[in-house]
Design a protein around this ligand. Structure first.
Ligand SMILES: [Zn+2]
Length: 160
């Protein structure tokens, strides 16, 4: 049997992860001091991307740069989500965890003051983000709090 030699093979039509090779391109990529030819590939998302043979054959999951970026940040979120027992995915995306008077998680009507309050539970602590006459303002405050805590949380764990 002939040994697989990726540099000599024509990869046209072959699939690598999310990429299917369309054919050879004029483009070349850098490998230290020399350059290597790049294959024109189409990603499952529809993007056209150019990859060298080694990038296609050595990568676990080949995809375009845009998908790779999304994939990396998704992984980062997943990893961050289980740090210190705070599941970020729930914090940010699951609005059905608790139902309350406003229908929006963390925003509820305070009968005593007659105002809408915005709250956020983060790392087991319940924080108050003020009370508002308008439900929209309370929702806005809650959303803003969510975003800033979410970003801060990612920042903290990104640097570790
Ligand atoms: Zn893609």
């Amino acid at each position: 049997m002939k040994r697989f030699s990726p540099t000599l093979n024509d990869l046209s039509g072959r699939r690598f992860g999310h990429l299917v090779v369309i054919g050879r391109s004029e483009k070349r990529g850098n490998r230290g001091a020399r350059t290597v030819p790049l294959w024109e590939c189409i990603c499952d998302c529809g993007n056209i991307t150019y990859k060298a043979t080694d990038a296609l054959t050595n990568s676990d999951i080949s995809m375009c740069n845009e998908c790779a970026g999304k994939y990396a940040s998704q992984k980062m979120r997943e990893n961050a989500g289980f740090v210190e027992g705070t599941q970020i995915s729930k914090l940010k995306y699951n609005s059905n965890l608790s139902t309350n008077s406003s229908g929006v998680r963390g925003v509820y009507y305070d009968r005593r003051s007659g105002k809408w309050r915005a709250r956020l539970r983060f790392k087991g602590k319940l924080m108050d983000f003020g009370s508002y006459f308008s439900i929209d303002d309370a929702i806005k405050a809650r959303k803003k709090a969510e975003e800033s805590f979410f970003m801060e949380f990612l920042e903290i764990h990104k640097t570790k």
